[in-house]
Design a protein around this ligand. Structure first.
Ligand SMILES: *Cc1c(COP(=O)(O)O)cnc(C)c1O
Length: 372
C-alpha cells in the first residue's frame, strides 16, 4: 500500500490552535472584533498597505471592490482567459461583460499587449491575476492603466510571498484581493482580504461590506445604501493572526519545495516550470510543469498514472472562455495551447523530500517514455 500524496494541506501549529480557542472562549461581546482588527492590521503591515478589510472569501473581496469602483451593467472588464472562475464570477454578477484575453507563455499571466488591444470606451477595469504566484508584468499594466485612466485590480489570491520590484503582489494596483481558502499559502479555512491605498475607495468598500452602513453613521440600524455582507468571523481571524505571524516561514517553505522540484526538473528536456524574471520573486504557491508539445504528454492521459501512484496532481486552469456558459475565444492561443499539457504538483508545507522524489521520478519516467 503506497502512501497517498495530497495536493495541498494547511500548515497548522499550536499557535493557530491557541488563538482560535481563545477567540472561541473569550472573543464575544466587547471583544467580538478583536482578532479581526488585529488580523487586518498585521496583514497591512506584511503587505505595506494602509487599508485592509478581512472578508469571507476572495470572491467576496472582489465583489466588494468591483461594487466600490461602480462597475455595472454595460461595462467591460478585461482579464486573462486562464483564470479560476472566482475571478470572473463577480464581474458577471455586476452585470458587466468579461473580456477574455490571452496569457504570456512565460509567466502564464495576462499579456499587456492583448490588454491594450482589447480596450474600448466601455472598459472600466483590468484584472491582473498573478497565476500560481507568478507575477504579471505590472509595469506595462500600470502604464496602460494610467494612460487610459482604467483601474487595475490585482487578484493576488495565489501570490502571497510574490514580490515585484521590491513591492508585494497585491499592493500595486487600484486594489488587491487575497484568498485564505484551505489550499492557499496561508489560510483561515475560508476567507479573504481586500486591500487598497486610496482612503475613499477604502471607505466605500468598508461601507458596502457592512450592509451599506457608513462608519460615520451614528444612527443604529440605519444603512446608507444597499450593501453586502462578506465579513470574516473573529474565530477565522484568530487563525489568520497566527498564520501572518508565521508568514515568513510559510513562504520560505513554499520556496524550498519549488526550488527542490526546479533543481530536479530543469535539466529535463521539454519541461517548463513557473517563470520568474530577475527583478521579481515568486511566492511559489503552486509549482507547475508544462510539457513541450513534441512530447505529446497530455494531462488527460497521464492523470490515471498519477492516480495509480497515489499522487494528487491536478490540471492547469481551463480557459474560462471554454466553459459552457461563455463563448470560446480560440484566438487566445496560449491559454488553449498550454492548459492540456500542464500539471500542478503537490506542494503542501509538510511534504517530505521522499514524497517530492516520488513525484519527480514519475515525471522523469513519463518524459523518458515519450522521448523514446
Ligand atoms: C483561490 C482563488 C480565488 C478564490 O478565492 P476564494 O477565497 O475561494 O473566493 C480567486 N482567484 C484566484 C486566482 C484563486 O486562486
Amino acid at each position: 500500500m503506497i502512501e497517498p500524496i495530497p495536493y495541498t494541506k494547511p500548515s497548522i501549529t499550536d499557535l493557530e490552535i491557541r488563538y482560535t480557542s481563545d477567540a472561541m472562549t473569550q472573543g464575544w461581546g466587547a471583544r467580538c472584533y478583536d482578532y479581526i482588527v488585529r488580523f487586518e492590521k498585521s496583514f497591512q503591515d506584511h503587505l505595506q498597505v494602509p487599508h485592509a478589510i478581512a472578508t469571507s472569501s476572495c470572491t467576496g473581496a472582489m465583489t466588494l471592490g468591483l461594487a466600490a469602483l461602480g462597475i455595472q451593467a454595460g461595462d467591460e472588464v478585461i482579464l486573462a482567459d486562464t483564470n479560476w472562475i472566482a475571478t470572473v464570477a463577480p464581474v458577471v454578477h455586476m452585470g458587466a461583460k468579461p473580456i477574455f484575453v490571452d496569457i504570456d507563455p512565460q509567466t502564464w499571466c495576462i499579456d499587456p499587449v492583448q490588454v491594450f488591444r482589447a480596450i474600448t470606451p466601455k472598459t472600466k477595469a483590468i484584472i491582473a491575476t498573478h497565476l500560481y504566484g507568478n507575477l504579471c508584468n505590472m509595469e506595462a499594466l500600470l502604464k496602460i492603466s494610467q494612460e487610459h485612466q482604467i483601474p487595475i485590480i490585482e487578484d493576488a489570491a495565489e501570490a502571497i510571498g510574490s514580490v515585484y520590484h521590491g513591492r508585494r503582489a497585491g499592493s500595486l494596483g487600484t486594489f488587491g484581493v487575497f484568498s485564505f481558502h484551505g489550499t492557499k499559502t496561508m489560510t483561515t479555512g475560508e476567507g479573504g482580504m481586500f486591500v487598497c491605498q486610496n482612503p475613499e475607495l477604502y471607505e466605500k468598500a468598508l461601507t458596502l461590506s457592512n450592509h451599506g452602513r457608513a462608519k460615520s453613521q451614528t444612527k443604529q440600524f440605519w444603512p446608507d445604501m444597499v450593501g453586502y455582507k462578506f465579513k470574516m468571523s473573529n474565530v477565522q481571524a484568530a487563525m489568520g493572526c497566527a498564520q501572518v505571524e508565521r508568514i515568513a516561514e510559510l513562504i520560505e517553505r513554499k520556496r524550498q519545495i519549488f526550488d527542490y522540484y526546479q533543481q530536479a526538473l530543469t535539466g529535463v528536456p521539454g519541461i517548463q516550470m513557473n517563470g520568474e524574471s530577475p527583478a521579481c520573486e515568486i511566492g511559489a504557491w503552486m509549482p507547475n510543469v508544462v510539457f513541450h508539445r513534441d512530447l505529446k504528454i497530455e494531462f488527460a492521459q497521464i492523470e490515471p498514472v498519477f492516480k495509480q501512484a497515489q499522487i494528487d496532481a491536478r490540471p492547469f486552469f481551463h480557459p474560462l472562455s471554454s466553459l459552457d456558459f461563455f463563448s470560446k475565444c480560440l484566438q487566445n492561443h496560449h491559454a488553449y495551447d498550454i492548459a492540456p499539457r500542464a500539471l500542478n504538483l503537490p506542494s503542501f508545507h509538510d511534504i517530505t523530500e521522499a514524497q517530492q522524489t516520488r513525484v519527480i521520478e514519475l515525471i522523469h519516467q513519463l518524459v523518458q517514455v515519450h522521448n523514446g
